[in-house]
Design a protein around this ligand. Structure first.
Ligand code: ATP
Length: 467
């Protein structure tokens, strides 16, 4: 077995995801819906495992973080207070020739201009300069016939509410564009009901919706996605120390989940939102996207969020410390995209190897994240005694692990399928098993096979999965 030259492309990952049941384009039988995806059996299992690993480290293992599951629909004033209604926009630019639409700040990035926090006027100034120099071209068709940049709101509207009520700009209910809004609104209930003392965090995982202008790169940027966010409430004097702590903890999470340190890096934001004091992103080096891109942000947000919600709701969102001092807590946020992380793990795991002149595609997920942990096969599907024994082994193992019973095709085909799903171990019951009560266990990564007594399987896998 030799590793093939690494030419992992997004097309290969997209194709594997569909072929093997990880991710499908949504509403495909109706022609699809741009930038919306459905997760099949293995995609759902993988996503749940990533989410659970995050939840374990962020909530289960910590005494200072509690969980929340807030609603997607929130009072319309929430998003006015947070600034989203007025300012959650992206600059959009259109090509008049090929009718493609782009994010103007992303287009400027291709010319080496950082317009991440630039105003529309600044963006148009940059574009005009490039236009004058004859450099501004459509990235799709090369035409120079591009519109001026204009602002496009990312907020997704809904029409929830009484059907008789006039649907005005003031009472628009949006689908939440981020999950942290729900956390800010439940700060007071959490303090009142759980009696949490600062510093403490509230974590939640849930759906968010953004009307992204350009939806491409598969599940990297979609209009419906899931976030895993934690807001840590603290005294301002603690921010420096806790910011350092959370940066280290979040970095370590990637290493603990098998991502090597040369595949991730920090990006410090130079231009900060007016309320923020520090902002770093964790970027992952995608083989399939050709470079490093953001997976998670860690932001020191000051007391802006709670101050705004206190102002707009008229409800005090203070904290009174043991000395009797009243203040609005400051917030440190860790915010990661679950689907983007899933793409990171797909990208990282995807490997092609040359085995006896044939290409083996194998998803080398870390064992703890693999959707299926163990596959069990009878050597032949038409031998009832083998099938019966294999079912017995399967029924026992599935009490502790997500397992799959597979008797389709020949053994070679089953291995190939399980390799593409990323199953760490395959157990085969053959004729010797009937006599000696043992099985063959094949390792996904080394392809080595060992004979193990059925009665020893429990301990064998306990060792393998705890290692
Ligand atoms: P970007 O600059 O890529 O648009 P952002 O800085 O707007 O992202 P945040 O608002 O900080 O992102 O959201 C936190 C995380 O949520 C991001 O790091 C990313 O992992 C995820 N995320 C944001 N927008 C999307 C999207 N449209 N699709 C999938 N994941 C997303």
């Amino acid at each position: 077995m030799t590793n093939k030259k690494d030419d992992t492309t997004l097309e290969k990952i997209v194709s594997l995801c569909k072929r093997r049941g990880f991710v499908y384009p949504s509403s495909e039988i109706y022609g699809g819906l741009a930038a919306i995806y459905d997760y099949g059996h293995y995609g759902t299992l993988l996503k749940n495992n990533i989410r659970d690993s995050w939840w374990k480290s962020m909530v289960q293992m910590r005494d200072d973080v509690v969980g929340l599951d807030s609603a997607i629909f929130m009072h319309p004033k929430t998003w006015v207070a947070s600034g989203h209604v007025g300012g959650f926009n992206d600059p959009q630019i259109d090509c008049k020739k090929c009718k493609n639409r782009f994010r103007a700040d992303h287009l400027l990035k291709e010319y080496g201009i950082d317009a991440d926090k630039a105003t529309l006027e600044e963006i148009n100034n940059h574009l005009d300069k490039l236009r004058e120099q004859g450099k501004l071209k459509c990235p799709n068709c090369g035409s120079t016939n591009l519109t001026k940049a204009k602002i496009f709101s990312l907020m997704v509207k809904s029409n929830i509410g009484s059907p008789t009520e006039e649907f005005t700009e003031e009472n628009v209910v949006y689908l939440r564009p981020e999950t942290c809004g729900g956390i800010y609104l439940e700060y007071k209930n959490t303090v009142d009901s759980l009696h949490k003392k600062l510093p403490f965090g509230i974590a939640q995982v849930g759906k968010a919706f953004r009307n992204e202008i350009v939806a491409r790169q598969f599940i990297f940027r979609t209009r419906e996605f899931e976030q895993m966010e934690m807001q840590y409430f603290l005294q301002p004097s603690m921010m420096k120390e806790k910011y350092k702590m959370w940066k280290e903890l979040r970095w370590q999470w990637y290493l603990d989940n098998g991502i090597p340190k040369d595949k991730i890096k920090w990006h410090q934001h130079e231009k900060l939102a007016h309320y923020a004091t520090e902002a770093y992103d964790i970027l992952y080096g995608f083989k399939s996207l050709g470079g490093f891109d953001e997976i998670e942000g860690i932001h020191a947000r000051g007391n802006w969020d709670l101050s705004q919600h206190a102002k707009f709701s008229g409800v005090e969102l203070n904290y009174t410390d043991d000395g009797g001092e009243k203040f609005i807590p400051h917030i440190l946020e860790t915010s990661a995209g679950l689907n983007r992380m899933l793409l990171m793990f797909l990208d990282f795991a995807y490997a092609e190897e040359d085995v006896n002149g044939e290409t083996r595609v194998v998803m080398k997920f870390p064992k703890a994240l693999a959707p299926i942990k163990i596959a069990v096969f009878p050597l032949l599907r038409n031998k009832p005694e083998l099938v019966k024994k294999a079912k017995e082994v399967y029924d026992k193992l599935k009490l502790d692990y997500i397992c799959e019973f597979d008797d389709n095709g020949n053994i070679g085909k089953r291995y190939r399928r399980q390799d593409e799903i990323g199953t760490p171990f395959c157990v085969t019951v053959d004729f010797d098993s009937l006599e000696k009560s043992d099985v063959t266990v094949r390792d996904r990564d080394t392809m080595e096979q060992v004979r193990i007594k059925i009665s020893d399987l429990e301990n064998f896998f306990k060792d393998k999965f705890s290692a």
